[in-house]
Design a protein around this ligand. Structure first.
Ligand SMILES: Cc1ncc(COP(=O)(O)O)c(C=O)c1O
Length: 475
């Protein structure tokens, strides 16, 4: 098993490909999710520490019978929960090829062509965003790691300052920013959350007031984080205005575009991102709205030398000997990781294989699905929107006629029960958000397979499941 023959490799490949085609072909017929218990899954797995090996067909059988059915089907067109990409078959092949080559993208000499491919692909991402020609960055595991790397660079750029450092971000900002502040020793408490307006965008007057008050109190403001698509509602902060405020107070401007920034590729939302290209850094997630399978996040720095100051570290065993110029390039100088997977291969295959035109169309179609749901909800008498749709996230509540006179609290509790019942039903999957203190059903269209009809099926599923929730409560 450690070193199979060429025939064995071919046989394994054929069996695996057969499984992949069956799986993808039958996606729509599967439940997105089924209710399961940890014990039941564990009972199916042979837990004995293996002394002897097992043939490939038996391993594949476990994957087919015990893993796939007991997983949430993230590629399903009605998987609307969280910010979940569906993956693309092309990237599954890229991952297979990357693992076969097993390139380790630490430094140029360790993986010359893979490093060049990552640098090229990062530059394509830079061009998509419209950043300056000198900007650069790298692929990381995801948006959380990209945010951490950017905040580390921002702190380094501030240099030594007496007084507590402060970061500013709207109250809708993803928790990975506070986590990064905690891990970097800045402290969670030094992330100042600024209130949002009725569109869930940062209130810039309040941002200015908070920075001014902190300066007077002796704090050291150093960074403002703007959202290019918040996780709850998809709100895009006024990026050009935030840039102006960052300049006025000499702050590093970081954009968290993990969910939304690639919607710059869609004509109908492009203008929302004006000013994003002037940020000092941006966190992105190709494993969100570029549809790629986890894990691939990305951080781009306007001035990569500032990141280098944060991450470069001298060690004898990594000292670059005998190379000069471009061949001395080291990714470890720009991010937290040393050993790094060949993530760039799947991003390159996607951009080169699919092309920007088809990606723009797919993103536009996702936006249209979310807008369609919003308009159907607004025309209905049994649903209400809980937030405006800005990108492909939609937040709403079911208000069946029988419950219309109930208090907001009772309606929220009903929607929470409905969400759990919907998830267990399996036809559609939503997650939740708390907006202005109220519970909301929350969905995010992030799958090129999703159609306008799927949005209508979702509402029908909710009505059907709600009836059974109400009748079981009356019984
Ligand atoms: C706006 C935003 N930022 C950051 C993250 C974290 O990304 P990741 O899960 O790739 O670490 C998410 C995840 O949903 C997000 O929506």
């Amino acid at each position: 098993m450690l070193e199979p023959s060429a025939d064995e490799i071919r046989d394994w490949g054929n069996s695996a490909i057969q499984l992949i085609t069956e799986y993808l072909g039958g996606l729509r017929d599967r439940a997105v999710y089924r209710h399961m218990f940890s014990r039941r899954i564990r009972d199916r797995l042979d837990t004995a520490l293996p002394r002897k090996g097992t043939d490939f067909d038996s391993l594949l059988k476990v994957f087919r019978e015990d893993i796939i059915p007991f997983s949430r089907q993230n590629a399903h067109p009605r998987m609307f929960g969280y910010v979940q990409s569906p993956g693309i078959p092309l990237a599954a092949f890229a991952d297979l090829l990357a693992s076969t080559l097993n390139a380790n993208l630490t430094v140029w000499r360790s993986a010359p062509a893979p490093v060049e491919l990552e640098r090229l692909t990062i530059d394509w991402v830079r061009q998509i965003l419209g950043f300056n020609a000198e900007a650069g960055g790298l692929f990381v595991s995801g948006g959380s790691m990209a945010n951490l790397a950017a905040i580390a660079a921002a702190r380094e750029a501030k240099g030594d300052s007496p007084g507590r450092l402060r970061i500013y971000a709207s109250s809708e900002t993803h928790f990975s920013i506070a986590k990064a502040a905690a891990l970097l020793g800045i402290g969670r408490e030094n992330v100042c959350h600024v209130a949002v307006d009725e569109h869930f965008k940062i209130r810039t007057k309040e941002l200015i007031a908070k920075i001014t008050a902190d300066l007077e109190a002796g704090y050291v403001p150093f960074c403002v984080v703007a959202n290019a698509g918040t996780v709850n509602t998809g709100a895009v902060d006024p990026l050009a205005e935030v840039r102006g405020i960052a300049d006025r107070f000499q702050l590093w401007m970081h954009v968290d575009g993990s969910y939304g920034a690639f919607a710059i590729l869609a004509e109908s939302t492009r203008k929302l991102f004006a000013g994003m290209e002037h940020a000092d850094s941006i966190a992105l997630d190709p494993h969100k709205w570029l549809y790629l399978p986890v894990d691939v996040g990305c951080v781009i720095y306007r001035d990569p030398e500032k990141a280098r100051a944060a991450f470069a570290h001298e060690a004898e065993y990594t000292r670059i000997i005998g190379e000069q110029g471009d061949e001395t390039f080291a990714f470890w100088d720009y991010g937290p990781e040393l050993s790094r997977r060949f993530r760039a291969l799947k991003v390159w295959m996607l951009l080169k294989g699919v092309g920007l035109d088809a990606l723009s169309q797919a993103i536009e179609s996702n936006l249209a699905c979310a807008r369609h749901l919003e308009s159907v909800v607004q025309d209905s008498d049994d649903f209400e929107m809980a937030a405006p749709v800005e990108l492909s996230i939609f937040c709403f509540r079911h208000v069946p006629v029988q419950l219309r006179s109930q208090s907001p609290k009772a309606l929220d509790a009903f929607n929470e029960r409905l969400l759990i019942a919907l998830q267990r039903d399996g036809s559609s999957y939503l997650s939740n958000a708390t907006l202005g203190g109220r519970f909301a059903l929350r969905g995010c269209v992030l799958n090129y397979r999703t159609t306008l009809r799927d949005m209508e099926i979702l509402l029908d599923d909710l009505r059907r499941v709600a009836r059974s929730v109400m009748s079981s409560e009356q019984a």
